[in-house]
Design a protein. Structure first.
Length: 278
């Protein structure tokens, strides 16, 4: 059976919520994961999506103390699905800010898919919260590797991808000889731990029977991006938004959609899967 999934950081652009939903409806994926939802857009997204996506859950729904949802913790996630959902306990995954990871079982005919979406806090603003979140997600996936797992969202990583050097984490530096080095001390902590925290998600999930859906199709032969920003006179591009899936899924297609730049500073990613190894 084939199904299509979309992940999109909506960039808290409240005035574009209706246009964002219209864009989603035109593409018509079966499962939608949205990041950088804020409390004021949460209700609006649910109301607008419900006609085409009868099953919707927000990470805000699962936070008992809503007073924590401000400042650095103002962002949440939504999963909207054409298939039934079973919401999972946020305490199943050991992360500092529970609203930054949302998990649900998607009931797809005879299969139950563990579907996770996340918005990893950027390290430049939140320090080691980023790595603690990545570690919590990775450890959970290691412990559930026999299940059908899909993980998607905005990971604020990697720093770069190179056809010869491969993945470059934010802890790494390129010296004058062109070699990659990881400093012992990074952001008041262990540079190797930071490097490993990012690297585990992108490269070590293979040990859990999961792969980067984009790279499993294209390896490093094709480069793309999901977020871009201007630094001085340069436009820098990063592939921060990703899908990872169990090897029991065949990746039919995976692409970033760049034709909607006014709606968000992130490009949505859409992936089509087929369950073929059960």
């Amino acid at each position: 059976m084939k199904f299509r999934c979309l992940t999109w950081n909506t960039a808290k652009r409240l005035k574009y919520t209706s246009d964002q939903v219209h864009f989603i409806e035109e593409i018509s994926p079966d499962i939608v994961a949205l990041q950088e939802i804020i409390m004021s857009s949460d209700k609006k997204f649910k109301e607008l999506l419900k006609n085409n996506y009868p099953y919707i859950v927000s990470s805000f729904d699962l936070v008992e103390d809503k007073s924590v949802l401000s400042k650095k913790r103002m962002f949440g996630e939504i999963i909207a699905s054409k298939f039934p959902l079973e919401v999972q306990d946020p305490n199943n995954i050991d992360v500092p800010w529970k609203e930054r990871v949302l998990s649900a079982k998607v009931i797809l005919k005879n299969h139950k898919i563990n579907f996770h979406t996340t918005h990893i806090p950027p390290g430049s603003q939140n320090g080691w919260i980023k790595i603690e979140t990545l570690e919590g997600i990775y450890n959970h996936l290691v412990n559930t590797k026999e299940s059908l797992n899909i993980l998607c969202g905005d990971f604020n990583a990697p720093k770069d991808e190179d056809s010869s050097k491969g993945l470059i984490t934010f802890a790494q530096r390129i010296n004058k000889k062109g070699d990659l080095k990881t400093p012992l001390n990074f952001r008041k902590g262990d540079g190797n731990r930071w490097d490993e925290g990012e690297r585990n998600i992108f490269l070590e999930l293979d040990k859990c029977g999961m792969k980067d859906s984009f790279r499993s199709l294209y390896s490093y032969k094709i480069s793309d991006f999901s977020w871009q920003f201007k630094r001085k006179d340069k436009i820098l591009k990063r592939r921060f938004d990703h899908f990872f899936a169990s090897n029991k899924f065949k990746v039919i297609s995976a692409k970033y959609i760049h034709e909607q730049s006014k709606l968000s500073d992130h490009s949505p990613m859409i992936v089509e899967y087929e369950i073929f190894r059960i």
